[in-house]
Design a protein around this ligand. Structure first.
Ligand code: PPS
Length: 571
């Protein structure tokens, strides 16, 4: 262990304050791109040197090298493609060699970029090579296919200003700010701990041991850019970290927030994380079990082996300028009242080994069950309970879908009344007809308009869910992909219960309560769902209701039982 930090400043892409003011005015005349949240994260780390040696978004030759061999065209190790993905429409407007302005989501110009390269990537190949499989169960593969633009632009970036953050400003540092801090305190060996989860006792013990092993100071370096969908939000996490920070011996440990957009790419991600921490002045980096793991693939198996990340890191660390401190899984040994690495436990057969998995922790939080003190700190558990109250106190959305006249509105109304009778949470009904009067009065029934209508319903329902209410939606919602997108929006805040009101088209037409089927058959209403327009039958709804043999009251009751069964309402 000889590594000592060279804490000299690293190159940034920013121009001087005076030049920035001038450039900002000039950039106002350039074609401009409003960056996505992920691109803003990437740009911030490009500009401040976190992604050193990159000087901009990857050009085509660098991209190909990174995808194929984790190397830039000049041979430098770099495992993650950092691309400026745009729409074909925007790409077509550009000339090679042209400068463009890169703006944040409010329109503030953060940087300019000279477009040297423009190409259409083979996304399936990128998915296979970088993430190990072209499987949309992987969050980054899903992003690649469903969110990222189809054309990549590459070229050098000139930084004008940092993205603005209003939260935890005092806890955010650029690589050079952290380097200066380490210099000032005389910290020449620093071990960084990457995390996207709240810290519990096992993490504290692990980081503590890592610092001892590396004879280094400790940097808790949590990601606050973008993590895995469904993670605890960073506001809550930072409050948790602040509580845990007090448990470390004073002046050995510090915390700084990293605005990284994670890709959950396991082994490649570990190498990337290490290179980033070297830029932030660290000499050591902790890689534990299943580092940056994305969970399971669509066949139900893990994408990566639990120690693949450690293996890849070890293979490359000589050229990385940072050393790995590898850790096995930490578990609690009850008789000795301490955490120990799972593979180093002595006298294994005569001790009680305790562990609470992430899934188990989420279950306990959701059901309001006890979380033992050996597992976490009371302050951390308090914070988590505040943000994630027990399921019976969280907001949720019940989303009915089915043909016109299937009985959606009637059942939704009955459900609303029953929930209001029970009390406890505000209930809002977003019925198809009501929404079309109040929110979507200008829309018709083309695919585009129907999707817009459903996305609006989804947006309102997600806000209601976020704020602890119950949203009951009852549109036709004929397209499965749109229903999935709404589900994703809502599940960030609470449960989404999709209910297929499975009345057959023949029965709906026989009932024809509004006389619309007759008009549709006569061709007087065009694009009528089930007659002259498609309906994707839900494949995995939480529930399917048969209205042909069951009355409305009973259908609503079945829904209540389901909600009770899911722990969303008290029995
Ligand atoms: S969608 O596809 O989800 O946006 O539809 P939605 O907002 O639920 O609106 C459906 C109601 O509009 C009436 N209507 C039609 N439905 C389907 N296709 C066509 N072309 C159409 N034109 C008008 C119909 O009364 C639907 O009401 P419900 O409550 O479903 O019977």
């Amino acid at each position: 262990m000889t590594m000592l930090a060279n804490l000299a400043p690293i190159p940034e892409l920013y121009v001087s304050y005076e030049s920035a003011q001038k450039l900002k005015v000039e950039a106002g005349n350039l074609k401009s791109l409003d960056l996505s949240p992920r691109q803003i994260c990437d740009l911030e780390l490009l500009m401040n040197g976190g992604f050193n040696p990159l000087k901009g978004f990857l050009n085509e030759a660098d991209y190909n090298g990174v995808v194929d061999d984790m190397r830039l065209a000049d041979g430098t190790l770099w495992p993650m493609p950092i691309n400026l993905d745009v729409s074909e429409k925007f790409a077509e407007t550009l000339e090679i060699g042209e400068d463009i302005a890169l703006r944040d989501q409010e329109g503030v110009i953060l940087a300019t970029m000279t477009v040297t390269d423009r190409w259409t990537p083979n996304k399936a190949r990128e998915a296979e090579k970088v993430f190990g499989a072209d499987d949309s169960a992987h969050p980054a593969v899903n992003y690649l296919h469903n969110t990222a633009g189809s054309v990549y632009l590459g070229g050098p970036v000139t930084g004008i200003q940092q993205p603005v953050h209003y939260d935890f400003r005092g806890r955010r540092d650029t690589p050079n700010e952290l380097r200066a801090y380490f210099r000032k305190l005389g910290w020449r060996r620093v071990v960084a701990f990457q995390t996207r989860n709240p810290l519990h006792r096992a993490h504290q013990e692990l980081t503590f041991r890592a610092a001892r092993e590396a004879q280094a100071n400790l940097l808790i370096h949590p990601v606050v850019g973008m993590t895995k969908p469904g993670d605890v939000d960073h506001f809550t996490r930072v409050r948790c970290y602040e509580a845990v920070l007090d448990k470390y011996p004073a002046s050995t440990t510090t915390m700084s927030l990293l605005p990284l957009a994670m890709r959950m790419a396991g082994p490649r991600e570990a190498v990337w994380h290490g290179l980033i921490r070297a830029n932030f002045g660290c000499t050591h980096f902790i890689v534990g079990r299943d580092h940056a793991g994305p969970g399971s693939n669509s066949a139900g198996d893990d994408f990566y082996g639990p120690y693949d990340a450690q293996d890849l890191f070890r293979k490359h660390q000589d050229e990385m300028g940072i050393e790995m401190v590898d850790f096995k899984h930490m578990v609690y040994v009850q008789e000795r009242a301490q955490y120990e690495p799972n593979d180093e436990i002595e006298d294994r057969d005569n001790v009680t080994i305790l562990n609470i998995s992430g899934t188990e922790l989420r279950r306990r939080l959701a059901e309001g069950l006890e979380i033992p003190e050996w597992f976490s700190f009371p302050e951390v558990v308090d914070e988590l309970r505040k943000t994630k109250p027990a399921r019976s106190q969280q907001g949720f959305t019940v989303f009915f879908t089915g043909f016109s006249g299937s009985g959606k509105s009637t059942i939704a109304n009955a459900l609303m009344v029953k929930l209001m009778e029970m009390g406890g949470r505000p209930v809002t009904l977003l019925d198809g007809d009501i929404v079309r009067k109040n929110l979507s009065s200008e829309l018709g029934f083309s695919k585009e308009h129907r999707d817009l209508n459903i996305r609006r319903i989804g947006y309102v329902a997600s806000e209601i869910t976020k704020n602890g209410g119950i949203a009951i939606c009852a549109p036709i919602a004929p397209y499965a992909t749109t229903r999935r997108a709404v589900r994703e929006d809502i599940e960030a805040f609470g449960a989404f219960i999709e209910i297929h009101v499975a009345t057959s088209i023949e029965e709906c037409e026989r009932r024809d309560r509004k006389g619309l089927y007759k008009l549709a058959r006569e061709g007087k209403i065009k694009e009528f769902t089930g007659i002259s327009d498609p309906y994707d039958v839900p494949l995995n709804p939480e529930m399917s209701l048969d209205t042909e043999g069951t009355d409305v009251d009973n259908c609503a009751h079945q829904v209540l039982l389901k909600l009770e069964n899911m722990g969303l309402i008290a029995g």
